[in-house]
Ligand binder design. Structure first.
Ligand code: PBG
Length: 327
């Protein structure tokens, strides 16, 4: 028996050495908080996402200030309208809840963080799909692009700095980019949800935006089996002029994330979605896992896989912990 010559454990012997040998760390500035804003004066809890609420515009104002104080890099806004219709009229109405909330939060927070908006129709349609339907009921790609162009103009006019295109229509980045540029919004940036999978992990989001879906999203969102196709979608969005590409969900798609991070020459973000949040919260509430460690590890892993920034419902809490640890 010979003793080992190579001893990787050496670098793990003390907290100070471990800290110095750590390959990556999470910083508050690369966290983005998704926020839901409803019409009306009261905020409402979301039972499947304990700790997350549907904000009123007023409570959203307070929350965005708190997020900026915690050092969070941005917020991603979702609208929860009272009335929905077949084409999602509320999405393009300057007085629609998402556009009103965007203006209110931009005015409130200025440059202290980046106010971003979800550009998709599902929160605003009565059938819950991300686009408009053709006569036979299928989601009409090119008719939807026309709605996205109008939505982009409404959101840019409301002050959104970064439009999150999450609808998975073909050509959506080029369509929105072209319309923005023609209308004087050259500096409004586009975040492409490039590799967005048809995932069960969006479950709690339906309650969060109070929307019911007729059917499923498999004709436009990606098949969870397909890694290569996710990378291809990212490449297409880069070619169409996206400023940032994203992979979503994150925890179950770290392989796709790593591959997109390896090929991309623009920033790559990941979205830790509602179901990922709910799973950890539920297990922690039962006392089955250590909540704080699980939250920190889950976001660290997304960064390790290659995400430059992470959308997470824990953004503010995590940023606060990170500050404490530094102090
Ligand atoms: C579409 C959109 C969804 C999410 C973000 N943008 C829902 C979907 O595609 O079904 C899900 C986010 C989450 O689950 O946290 N507007």
């Amino acid at each position: 028996m010979t003793n080992p010559v190579i001893r990787p454990r050496r670098l793990r012997t003390s907290p100070a050495l471990r800290r110095l040998a750590s390959e990556i760390r999470v910083h508050p500035a690369e966290l983005v908080l998704p926020m839901f804003v409803r019409e009306g004066d009261e905020q409402r809890p979301i039972s499947s996402m304990p700790g997350v609420v549907q904000h009123s515009i007023d409570s959203a104002r307070r929350a965005v200030v708190q997020a900026a104080e915690a050092g969070v890099g941005g917020v991603m806004l979702f609208g929860v309208p009272e009335v929905r219709d077949a084409i999602g009229t509320g999405a393009t109405d300057p007085k629609g809840i998402l556009n009103l909330a965007t203006r209110a939060l931009v005015d409130e927070i200025g440059d202290a963080l980046v106010v971003q908006t979800d550009l998709c129709l599902d929160e605003f349609t009565d059938h819950g799909h991300c686009g408009v339907l053709a006569a036979d009921g299928h989601v009409d790609n090119d008719a939807t692009l026309e709605r996205y162009r109008d939505m982009a103009l409404a959101q840019a006019a409301a002050g959104s700095a970064l439009l999150g295109l999450s609808g998975m229509m073909d050509g959506q980045v080029a369509a929105v980019r072209g319309t923005l540029d023609l209308n004087g919004f050259e500096d409004t940036a586009v975040l492409a949800y490039s590799a967005k999978y048809a995932s069960a992990f969006y479950g709690p989001f339906r309650e969060a935006v109070a929307s019911t879906l007729v059917g499923d999203r498999r004709t436009y969102q990606l098949d969870p089996a397909n890694r290569r196709e996710g990378v291809r979608e990212a490449q297409l969005d880069i070619d169409e002029g996206a400023d940032i590409v994203m992979v979503k969900p994150s925890g179950s798609y770290l392989d796709v994330l790593a591959e997109v991070a390896a090929m991309s020459n623009i920033p790559v973000w990941a979205y830790q979605v509602s179901g990922e949040y709910a799973m950890i919260e539920a297990a922690a509430a039962q006392g089955w896992i250590d909540r704080r460690r699980a939250v920190e590890e889950s976001v660290l892993s997304i960064r390790r896989a290659g995400a430059d920034a992470v959308l997470t419902y824990w953004a503010v809490e995590l940023a606060t912990w990170l500050k404490e640890e530094r102090a």
